[in-house]
Design a protein around this ligand. Structure first.
Ligand SMILES: [Zn+2]
Length: 907
């Protein structure tokens, strides 16, 4: 009896499943309009992110063309989602299709014939994502309509797409920002408050969340890179919005310059894809399409894909006022944008209004045109993907390889650098024996990165020096501004010596796939002290942990000899205890931190760090450098908090030993801050402290506080305390900051020069004759690595090499003025001879000769350190973190003699 019952039950289950499946397929998914309760793009209305995820889930439930997957959680714990859309037959064999992509991406041992067969069998993967910049809301909205059409329509057009393409859709690349921006938009409806979210829309890095694509510091970047590395798409389309005034949409091809490491097939591919989009838009009568302007293809900070076999597809659509329509401020009947057709702008836009629905319409047309182009040329895209990687694998050019010597000043950052390369899927080899390359001896254990490998493009661009072309608006004229920075040489940024080796060499190598970190097994001790050399950034991880565990920490005030070894100035001295042993042992293993033990009195004076040094970070609202710094301080575990305006109603000395002013902190940030009339109490921390607070800040410094200022904040500190320095460079031409795309134009003053030049033929003649720009006063440095010399005996220079590049992005250099009450010491300066530019672009090098960058001041009983260049820029120049960290901890420290040190350390 039992058998038949089971059989019947099984049959019933099967019948139910089939029935449900049939039902499911018959249930048409709701249109976005029905689901959200308004037509997507309706003036003033935005679908919220969680509801959008529900919509994609609904599509996945009711059709067999969508797979929905939560890939991970964001910085603030929200779901980061991937929807995979294709024909059901493709989704059923997704693993096989991915396997084909992976084979084409690493074509070693694959013949061209076999590659062609695989391209024939494979499907082209297109990765499409929106709203990495959260106020550019339109494209996430548009994706709901794109998805709906793909899963419900049965036309030959859609069928061709579904059969040939696997679409990877990330509805938002910064989900947290969608919550913040859209929720704020609704919360402020009908109030006097500003409707655009007033702060960073990514917890740490704000708008810079798309400048992180080579250091991979943020969770969302890592999630996207995970998708790239897993599926290996042939296209990534990054959907943005730009300013409202000019063209209605930008599509590729891009403007000059290109990173020469971008394979020509990819350079051509972005043109083909972009042209398909432009053609479709123009064919639909959508005016204002522009290409070949503004946006360039230089820095990997924005473009992981071009070093991984794919063209970069960027669309930038003109913005509205978040969701509210805009009318041309020039007049009701004045159309937006240029009204003359040009080769790269074939159809002017004729209306004087622009609405969210327009953004959606342009976005939908552009996306479909691109995807459909790939669908029609599927095998070509897959074959090109193969060819790009085959060319890199067969690289015969120079250099042959990069070698990273096993002997580095900072094993921690060396390991971090190798981890970045590995995340970018670069193969790393390790030498099993000593070898010679480029005429230099390398120890066993040194690392070799050959250029001839599938992602050789990524390795090469990250490890070599950038030679940015000297682009001018006209010969001898002002520089043509790059869209972003010009240098990204990883070794220089991270304080790691990387050697470029032109010619092939022999070495016994093994492929290493994992970091192998282990400091010297250090002698454990129960009395005396541990000594930690100051060169590794991991020393500051130790400081944070030791301070949290209430272990006293000292720094040697000078170099000293002990047991036949010389220790540098700034060597960390830590009393031995079970607690300090545990902390240092763990860091030795995880960061390679070298630790020595001393059982006899140390023949040196020292600085005793203030226990649990209290650090204040003046982040300010919507200041990206402050956000990056917040992330950085959290990574190191420093005892810090954000400075709030409320702190200045009381005594700041009861809260802070050190206050850091990041780049972008102006007098206005401090005194006025956010306007209380436009921002409710939630933002009171970012209100200004008023003139009284400004005075109190100065008094706090003079009374013993430590103030550390970076970049443009140096000028704020100078004004606050009348510091005896003055800027030496012509008014810095700065890029825009905060929300919104960075302006693409040349520095305004030079633009004005240009406009004047073209105002009349006579003027132009004069200008060309005089060359307008006097090369002896022109200074331009839009994000490059510049050589500095350091006073390593100075507490702010502890642990630095004698010379190393700093990151300089439209920053300032200083000359000292005589100070009567304020003592000043130069810690870092630009060299008086030899090349200053190490990587990137610099005009006016001589203006920097022998000028000061980092200066320390005694102000009353307080301490001030000004760091003129952005030593922590986007947390990328890790080689110079030490300058910032040293300053933060040194200011509040006290000097103790050798005898007291011996007593305190128990040695
Ligand atoms: Zn954007």
């Amino acid at each position: 009896m039992r058998g038949p019952v089971v059989a019947i039950a099984a049959a019933m289950v099967a019948a139910t499943v089939t029935h449900e499946a049939t039902l499911a397929r018959q249930v048409q998914p709701p249109s976005p309009e029905r689901f959200f309760g308004f037509r997507i793009g309706t003036d003033g209305e935005l679908a919220r992110y969680p509801k959008i995820l529900e919509y994609f889930q609904q599509l996945a439930k009711t059709t067999d063309r969508v797979q929905y997957k939560e890939v991970g959680k964001t910085t603030m714990g929200n779901p980061y989602v991937l929807a995979t859309i294709s024909a059901p037959e493709n989704l059923a064999k997704l693993d096989r299709l991915v396997e084909i992509n992976r084979r084409l991406a690493d074509p070693r041992g694959l013949s061209a014939d076999d590659a062609r067969k695989l391209a024939d069998e494979g499907r082209a993967f297109v990765f499409l994502y929106a709203t990495i910049h959260s106020t550019e809301v339109g494209n996430t909205q548009a994706l709901t309509e794109i998805a709906h059409r793909l899963v419900t329509e049965n036309s030959p057009y859609i069928k061709q797409i579904l059969d040939n393409v696997v679409l990877l859709v990330v509805p938002s690349q910064n989900p947290d920002g969608q919550y913040l921006v859209v929720d704020h938009w609704y919360k402020t409806k009908g109030t006097p408050f500003a409707r655009v979210y007033p702060d960073l829309y990514h917890k740490y890095v704000g708008h810079d969340d798309n400048r992180d694509w080579f250091m991979f510091t943020q969770i969302e970047t890592r999630l996207a890179i995970g998708i790239q590395n897993q599926y290996k798409p042939v296209i990534t389309h990054d959907m943005h919005q730009m300013g409202s005034g000019g063209a209605r949409i930008f599509v590729p091809p891009f403007d000059d310059p290109y990173d020469p490491n971008i394979h020509p097939i990819l350079a051509q591919g972005q043109a083909a894809y972009g042209t398909a989009m432009a053609s479709a838009l123009v064919a639909e009568g959508k005016g204002g399409v522009e290409w070949g302007n503004r946006y360039d293809l230089w820095t990997p900070a924005r473009q992981y894909m071009v070093y991984h076999g794919q063209p970069r597809i960027l669309t930038e659509i003109a913005s509205v006022n978040l969701a509210d329509p805009i009318v041309n401020p020039a007049g009701k009947n004045v159309p937006f944008g240029p009204q003359e057709a040009r080769a790269n702008f074939p159809l002017p836009y004729t209306r004087s209004d622009w609405r969210l629905r327009d953004i959606v319409d342009y976005g939908v047309t552009a996306a479909f045109a691109g995807i459909s182009h790939v669908a029609r040329h599927r095998t070509m895209w897959l074959e090109n993907f193969y060819k790009v990687h085959a060319d890199w694998v067969n690289w015969k050019g120079k250099p042959y390889a990069f070698v990273i010597s096993a002997e580095q000043r900072d094993p921690f950052e060396t390991s971090e650098l190798l981890d970045i390369l590995r995340t970018g899927e670069v193969e790393i080899h390790k030498a099993q024996a000593p070898f010679t390359a480029g005429g230099k001896q390398y120890a066993s254990g040194s690392w070799v990165i050959k250029v001839a490998q599938p992602y050789g493009a990524f390795a090469k661009t990250m490890l070599e020096r950038q030679k940015y072309p000297d682009l001018r608006l006209f010969p001898g004229g002002p520089p043509k501004a790059p869209y972003d920075v010009t240098a990204h040489t990883l070794g220089m940024l991270m304080g790691v010596q990387v050697d470029e080796i032109a010619e092939p060499f022999e070495a016994t190598l093994v492929n290493v796939t994992k970091a192998e970190l282990r400091g010297d097994i250090f002698p454990l001790t129960t009395k005396g002290a541990y000594l930690v050399p100051p060169e590794s950034n991991a020393g500051f991880l130790a400081v944070a942990r030791l301070q949290a565990a209430k272990v006293p920490v000292f720094r040697a005030a000078a170099s000293f000899d002990l047991g036949g070894r010389t220790f540098s100035p700034g060597t960390w001295i830590v009393a031995a205890s079970p607690e300090s042993t545990r902390i240092l042992k763990e860091l030795a293993v995880t960061t390679g931190l070298p630790v020595a033990a001393a059982n006899q009195p140390l023949p040196v004076d020292a600085y005793r760090l203030k226990p649990e040094t209290r650090i204040g970070l003046w982040r300010g609202a919507n200041n990206m450098p402050g956000g990056w710094m917040k992330w950085l301080f959290e990574q190191y575990g420093f005892n810090h908090r954000l400075v709030s305006s409320a702190d200045f109603t009381g005594d700041p000395a009861s809260l802070y030993d050190t206050i850091v002013l990041p780049e972008g902190t102006s007098r206005d940030t401090i005194v006025r801050g956010l306007d209380p009339a436009r921002n409710d109490k939630e933002w009171s921390w970012a209100y200004g402290v008023g003139e009284a607070g400004w005075k109190k800040l100065a008094e706090w410094v003079r009374g013993g506080g430590t103030l550390v200022a970076v970049g443009s904040a140096v000028d704020t500190a100078r004004a606050l305390l009348d510091l005896p320095i003055e800027p030496v460079l012509p008014a810095a031409s700065r890029r825009g900051r905060g929300a919104g795309e960075r302006p693409e134009s040349a520095p305004p003053d030079q633009n004005q020069v240009l406009r004047d030049a073209f105002s009349s033929p006579a003027r132009l003649d004069a200008v060309l004759r005089d060359r307008v720009i006097d090369p002896t006063t022109l200074f331009y440095c839009p994000g490059s690595l510049l050589q500095n010399e350091f006073n390593t005996a100075h507490p702010v220079g502890f642990g630095m090499p004698a010379a190393w590049p700093v990151f300089f992005e439209s920053d300032q250099a200083y000359r000292l003025k005589p100070g009567f009450e304020i003592q000043s010491e130069v810690v870092a300066r630009y060299p008086s001879r030899g090349p200053i530019l190490q990587s990137g672009w610099l005009l006016g090098e001589d203006l920097l000769r022998d000028q000061a960058n980092v200066v320390a001041f005694r102000v009353g009983r307080g301490y001030v350190v000004t760091l003129g260049s952005q030593v922590d820029y986007r947390t990328q120049p890790r080689a110079t973190f030490k300058l910032l960290f040293n300053a933060m901890f040194h200011g509040p420290s006290v000097r103790v003699g050798a005898s007291e040190l011996a007593r305190l350390t128990g040695s």
